[in-house]
Ligand binder design. Structure first.
Ligand SMILES: Nc1ncnc2c1ncn2[C@@H]1O[C@H](COP(=O)(O)OP(=O)(O)OP(=O)(O)O)[C@@H](O)[C@H]1O
Ligand SMILES: [Mg+2]
Length: 341
């Protein structure tokens, strides 16, 4: 089997805080094949952005450390690279569209100059060659009237166009991997759909692999082949999208699926209809992890005594789908005994 483009193995990213060590990413492992699209879902604070930022070693804050694991990109561990090597990789072979990236466009520079800067840094192109490349990047993201847009300032563009420019900046050097952190959150529904479709086209046309960080299971269903569900710094379930969406195994994934904002219409006694939005009770914990046991236990509808004290095991299902859960482990043992009896 061909080695994956990216393999994150046992990644640990910690923040020192007054309360103790926050294990924002606590032993995360996943693969992205060449040209593949992986979805990362989970509630706010589950560690999605920190995972993405760790891959590029862009944690910034002084209290952050990557305390363990490996990040193998084309077989080479990015955690062993020098800062100079990482600067070449960032925006070169791996790019990231940051959460709230639209605000990261420099308001004082023309779009064309911002693109040319990235192209100069990574490809050493200048002058007309850099401008041609910049134009090509804008064409790639299907901005209307790209020649004129090279001369525009960010405030002259609509929100959707600005997000296309952000994606153009990330794609300017034709990376092998794009990490897209909630690239559609600030946009209205129609524009969201256009941006998602754009990313899919780019994946298909250029073979750019994508890690798609999102809250939205609909986006996962539409564009990803595999999905990793994060909870409190760990991946609690992963597998092929069609398997996980059709039969989610972890109680948290089941809750997430049920809380997809779908309007359940129920006929009431009066014959009227009312709308209902399912939600998971409780809130996501701060990943301090002071004790062993399952972090989801306080909110889990299936919680048992061992869930509070013993770390849950990883249970395998069809085609590599895995869930980290005591309940599913029990059921698998019972199933085995039934088969053997
Ligand atoms: N600089 C920091 N110092 C301390 N804790 C931090 C820091 N940055 C992030 N964290 C913590 O790490 C955890 C994971 O944060 P992260 O931003 O990855 O969540 P997320 O899944 O991307 O959430 P969202 O969906 O809101 O973007 C959170 O508990 C957060 O409070
Ligand atoms: Mg985030």
């Amino acid at each position: 089997m061909e080695a994956p483009l990216l393999r994150v193995e046992g990644l640990q990213t910690h923040f020192a805080s007054e309360l103790g060590t926050i294990k924002a990413v606590d032993g995360v492992t996943f693969d992205v094949p060449r040209g593949g699209v992986l979805g990362m879902v989970g509630e706010s604070g589950s560690g999605k952005s920190v995972t993405g930022l760790s891959i590029l070693r862009l944690l910034g804050s002084r209290n952050a450390t990557i305390a363990g694991g490996r990040i193998l990109f084309k077989g080479e561990d990015l955690l062993q690279k020098s800062e100079a090597e990482m600067r070449q990789i960032r925006g070169g072979s791996i790019s990231m569209v940051f959460q709230n990236a639209m605000t990261s466009l420099d308001p004082f520079f023309r779009i064309g100059d911002q693109l040319a800067e990235v192209i100069k840094l990574h490809q050493g192109l200048r002058g007309k060659a850099a401008r041609d490349r910049a134009l090509h990047a804008l064409e790639l993201v299907r901005i209307p009237d790209p020649v004129a847009k090279l001369k525009s300032y960010p405030h002259q563009l609509s929100g959707g166009q600005r997000q296309r420019v952000v994606i153009a900046l990330a794609l300017a050097c034709e990376p092998d991997l794009l990490i897209a952190d909630e690239p559609t959150t600030a946009l209205d529904a129609t524009v969201q759909k256009q941006i998602i479709d754009l990313l899919l086209d780019i994946n298909r046309e250029l073979g750019t692999a994508i890690v798609m960080i999102t809250h939205d299971m609909g986006v996962v269903a539409h564009m990803c082949q595999t999905v990793a569900v994060m909870y409190a710094g760990r991946i609690v379930e992963h597998g092929a999208v069609e398997d996980v969406l059709r039969s989610p195994e972890h109680p948290y994934t089941r809750g997430l699926m049920a809380s997809v904002p779908r309007l359940h219409t129920e006929a009431s006694a009066a014959g009227r209809t009312r709308q209902r939005l399912y939600q998971i009770g409780g809130s996501a914990p701060l990943p301090l992890r002071l004790t062993d046991g399952c972090a989801f236990a306080p909110r889990c509808p299936e919680v048992g005594p061992e869930c509070w004290t013993v770390d849950p095991p990883t249970v395998g299902f069809r085609d590599g789908q895995e869930a980290v859960c005591h309940r599913r482990a029990e059921e698998t043992v019972e199933e085995d005994l039934r088969v053997r009896a």
